[in-house]
Design a protein around this ligand. Structure first.
Ligand code: E4P
Length: 217
């Protein structure tokens, strides 16, 4: 499973990139607003740090303006994935850009039917939002299961990018289903390292090593 981080905070991105475990970045207009930085230069800065796909989302909702914005975004770097909403106009832009060799991430997916449309439009990534479905007492992980089944049935190339991830459980359950990618806040990625038995086991090893009076170096 590939790990993307869902943030526009360049320091968080640099810190995670240094672990060697980061495969890409996703941003959205809300995250850009939170960063307080200018959009296009920020995406360029992120692209200089991360060599995997960096999602940059269009701001418009009509076809003509989205198409123009997409032109600006895809010129930033070859590894920019232009993010478009799952609407008829968004999928029209998706089809054109995908046919032209640009990666497209179709966002705001909440149903298997929408995911099927995105795959038919040639999306490189479909972003089903598991956390936001859970928030309304639906089952976000059921959506991942359904999309995995549909994409396998037709051998679609579109990668399932599990989004709106709120916990390690979302990641592990999606990985068991075979989802290709997950994107989460840095805090959730950091939670993956954690286990109380690792902490207590390490503390015991450190204490016992001291008793040996030895040094490896
Ligand atoms: C995905 O690309 C979105 O940016 C993101 O995962 C949304 O997450 P949220 O529901 O926590 O805002």
């Amino acid at each position: 499973m590939k790990f993307f981080v869902d943030t526009a905070d360049i320091n968080e991105i640099k810190e995670l990139a240094a672990t060697g475990l980061l495969d890409g970045v996703t941003t959205n207009p809300s995250l850009i607003a939170k960063s307080g930085k200018e959009f296009v230069p920020l995406i360029k800065e992120i692209c200089d740090v991360v060599s995997g796909p960096v999602s940059a989302e269009v701001a418009a909702t009509d076809y003509a303006t989205m198409r123009k914005e997409a032109e600006v975004l895809r010129k930033i770097a070859d590894h920019v994935a232009v993010k478009v909403p799952l609407t008829p106009d968004g999928l029209k832009v998706c089809k054109e850009l995908s046919d032209d060799g640009t990666m497209v991430n179709v966002t705001l997916c909440f149903s298997p039917a929408q995911a099927l449309l995105a795959a038919k439009a040639g999306a490189a990534f479909i972003s089903p939002f598991v956390g936001r479905l859970d928030d309304i007492s639906s089952d976000g992980l059921n959506l991942i299961q359904d999309i995995c089944l549909i994409y396998q049935n037709y051998d679609f190339d579109t990668e399932i990018l599990v989004a709106s991830v709120r916990s390690p459980m979302h990641i592990i359950e999606s990985a068991k289903m075979g989802a290709h990618v997950m994107t989460s806040p840095a805090s959730v990625i950091k939670q993956l390292y954690k286990h109380p038995l690792t902490d207590s086991g390490l503390a015991a090893f450190v204490e016992d090593w001291k008793k040996t009076g030895q040094s490896i170096l």
